[in-house]
Write a protein of this length. Structure first.
Length: 95
């Protein structure tokens, strides 16, 4: 299914494709913000059937394009761009 959102305060739009299946949920989206500091994002978000994050891959485009990948490695170990990120895991658990 496709969904779209439009900003009402200034020019901006997000268009998302949401696929819900037996193996989980995938959201692929493009967001364009044409405000004072314009930018765009693309992201691919993979979730379990229970809506828990498996991976989130974000591309930030503002002239200095870059990707960021956040993924769950096991039950509580998070990796950011392939590197273990203990503090990120602690923050998610409220520690």
């Amino acid at each position: 299914m496709f969904r779209r959102w439009r900003r009402v305060d200034y020019a901006g739009l997000e268009v998302a494709r949401i696929d819900i299946g037996r193996q989980g949920v995938t959201v692929a989206s493009t967001l364009v913000d044409a405000g004072e500091h314009p930018f765009s994002l693309r992201y691919i978000w993979s979730l379990t059937p229970q809506w828990s994050t498996r991976t989130l891959r974000i591309e930030h485009m503002n002239g200095d394009d870059r990707w960021l990948t956040i993924e769950l490695n096991g039950d509580s170990a998070w990796r950011i761009d392939g590197a273990a990120h203990v503090r990120f895991a602690d923050r998610l658990r409220g520690q």
